[in-house]
Design a protein around this ligand. Structure first.
Ligand code: XMP
Length: 511
């Protein structure tokens, strides 16, 4: 059984998602819940992890939840703020540390703790990030480990499977962090390592069947990984009752609409391709402001999708490819439910398809798990490895106003760049790549002729989630060859530049 294995109570740390990822890497199912919205079934979980927090436990505004339902009753691992919280409310003393303790440190063990520290050697590197420190342990605590700057780096509560660590095992710099989590979860809490892509597919398909029954479901496919994997899962569960809609907004990559549509059909999906290019280009006519362009595209998509959804008789559900980071964000300690409240207020004004019941088969898994689940269902690795592509497509890579001619130029440039990356074996080493058409002309010379033509920028970044990114150091030979090909083959372009800005301060897209 995968449900209710590990509960992670979030106190607002930037690392909470990382805890969940590490636990999932151990093939253990876990859920993050904000400390102030503990699930009603908290006692059904097999183990609990308390996260870190930017707060000081000494502040009245800090998270001070009632843990009486779980503390001492379930194996518990308290990390950083969690450890301080445990110490503070069990009779220990937490005080500001003289220096802010941030960075690498090395563990030395005070007391042998076979299970907790087995397979972890004395001197193991850990990552610290805190400004308060635990000065005195509670009287019922057993001191387990120190570092050179942090005396009480690890302790347990006597007679309980309650452990506390000041460092962050979830961060890669804690070299045995994953091992420590495994020791706690598997050896101490006895949690089974049964969370695998295959088991996820099995339970999710069963759950979709149970929830949706014989109802019809509509899903918007984008050509991206999430919506494709969601579609295949739903298709496994309900077959032809899943109606997929794939819209061509005229702003996709060269030949993408036809080739992805073919691929979807080949996968047996009940998919309708809708070519609405003209409608989108008309909606964009004369618009140069990036936000106005985004809005026009968003509105056009809603209109097209609503029209198409109405053609499916008696459809009851809207499926979405929402993944876990989006869910965590919307219920986070700081995020709160405000976004949802807004859309409730707007229900009267929403298009009909938005009033459908929602089914989100991927809402509890991370992006890397989506790919693993997709692979386990036999989805083409090329589709699963596709770079992210923004919803508004090439419209936000054509700076200024959009015309069909500009779209055609950028599609050619982009295709040369992306095909080149694939041919050179660089595509999978890059997180996202694309070309940008700049709103300026520059002077060039071709043969004996003076030219005055467009400039394009190439952008390739490495990243893990798009929040931060760095430009990729592509080989000069590759850039040289690509630039030559673009200038020789794409009419209207006489200059190619390479974007060497990281995010922040730049963003990945130029608009
Ligand atoms: P930025 O430009 O904000 O992009 O650094 C971060 C990631 O988000 C994608 N992106 C978008 N995706 N609609 C989308 O669906 C948008 O309006 C949009 N803007 C940016 C971008 O491609 C990158 O992966």
């Amino acid at each position: 059984m995968q449900q209710h294995q590990v509960l992670i109570l979030d106190f607002g740390s930037q690392y909470t998602q990382l805890i969940a990822r590490r636990v999932r890497e151990l093939n253990i199912y876990c859920e993050i819940h904000p400390y102030n919205k503990q699930p009603a079934n908290a006692s059904e979980f097999k183990a609990v992890i308390l996260s870190g927090s930017p707060s000081s436990v000494r502040s009245d505004q800090a998270p001070h939840p009632d843990l009486s339902e779980i503390r001492g009753k379930k194996p518990m691992l308290a990390v950083c703020y969690g450890a301080q919280y445990l110490a503070h409310f069990s009779g220990g003393e937490v005080a500001p540390s003289n220096t802010r303790e941030y960075g690498r440190a090395n563990l030395s063990f005070i007391k042998d703790n076979e299970i907790f520290f087995s397979e972890i050697s004395e001197g193991s590197q850990v990552w610290m990030s805190h400004s308060d420190t635990i000065k005195t342990l509670p009287t019922n605590a057993v001191h387990l480990a120190s570092t050179s700057d942090v005396k009480n780096a690890a302790f347990r509560i006597d007679g309980e499977d309650t452990f506390a660590i000041q460092f962050h095992p979830e961060v890669y710099h804690s070299s045995d962090g994953k091992q420590l989590l495994e020791n706690f979860l598997v050896k101490i809490a006895g949690v089974a390592q049964t969370w695998t892509p295959n088991s996820f597919v099995e339970t999710t398909v069963a759950k979709i069947k149970e929830t949706v029954g014989d109802d019809k479901v509509v899903l918007g496919l984008s050509g991206g990984v999430d919506s494709s994997v969601a579609a295949v899962l739903l298709h496994k569960a309900i077959g032809k009752n899943l109606y997929c809609i794939f819209v061509n907004n005229g702003l996709l990559r060269k030949n993408e609409f036809e080739s992805v549509l073919n691929q979807y059909e080949g996968m047996g999906l009940n998919v309708k391709g809708v070519d609405a290019s003209a409608r989108f280009l008309t909606a964009l006519k004369g618009l140069s402001d990036p936000e106005k362009k985004r809005k026009a595209i968003g509105n056009a998509f809603i209109e097209v999708f609503d029209d198409e959804a109405h053609k499916i008789e008696n459809v009851k559900w809207l499926a979405q490819g929402t993944i876990y980071p989006d869910v965590i964000e919307s219920v986070s300690v700081n995020g709160g439910p405000s976004a949802t409240i807004k859309s409730h207020h707007n229900v009267g004004g929403l298009p009909d398809f938005m009033k459908l019941k929602i089914v989100e088969p991927l809402r509890m898994i991370f992006k890397d798990e989506v790919r693993r689940v997709g692979a386990s269902m036999g989805i083409d690795p090329e589709l699963l490895g596709r770079h992210p592509f923004p919803g508004p497509g090439l419209a936000i890579r054509i700076l200024g106003d959009i015309t069909p001619e500009k779209v055609a130029i950028l599609q050619e440039v982009d295709a040369i760049f992306i095909d080149g990356l694939k041919e050179s074996g660089l595509y999978d080493k890059v997180w996202q790549a694309g070309a940008i058409l700049l709103p300026i002309n520059s002077v060039g010379v071709m043969g004996d002729e003076r030219t005055y033509e467009k400039v394009v920028a190439l952008r390739a970044v490495e990243s893990t989630d798009g929040m931060t990114a760095d430009w990729v150091n592509l080989p000069y030979e590759f850039l040289q060859k690509t630039s030559n090909q673009i200038i020789n083959k794409v009419k209207g372009v006489n200059r190619v530049v390479y974007d060497i800005s990281s995010k922040p301060p730049a963003t990945i897209e130029w608009e």
